[in-house]
Design a protein. Structure first.
Length: 116
């Protein structure tokens, strides 16, 4: 059974930083396109950042370009999202999943709250 375990969220002031982690259980992340998504209260879940199956090409939502960086550690089977210069509008629950996502792989997510 594949499971995504997200962590690293928290409460941070605007301008601060957080690093999210996503440990993938049940399968390898090697040769797998992965991505981070987020869902703010009252809004639909949206794409934040992802990379292709080779881990070479990355892309970002316009709203986070230049502030967020996606990376991975194959040895730890973990995907990361470094978030800098956080803004109140980044407040959301953050999830990792395949890219594109599979419904069966949504985890609990990790809450990020940015105060102004």
């Amino acid at each position: 059974q594949v499971q995504m375990v997200e962590s690293g969220g928290g409460l941070v002031q605007a301008g601060g930083s957080l690093r999210l982690s996503c440990v993938v259980l049940g399968r390898t992340i090697i040769y797998t396109a992965m991505a981070w998504f987020r869902q703010a209260p009252g809004k639909e879940r949206e794409f934040v950042s992802g990379y292709d199956w080779r881990g070479v090409n990355t892309n970002y939502a316009d709203s986070v370009k230049g502030r967020f960086t996606i990376s991975r550690d194959n040895a730890k089977n973990t995907v990361y999202l470094q978030m800098n210069s956080l803004k109140p509008e980044d407040t959301a629950v953050y999830y990792c999943n395949n890219n594109p996502p599979l419904s069966a792989y949504w985890g609990q997510g990790t809450q990020v709250t940015v105060s102004s």
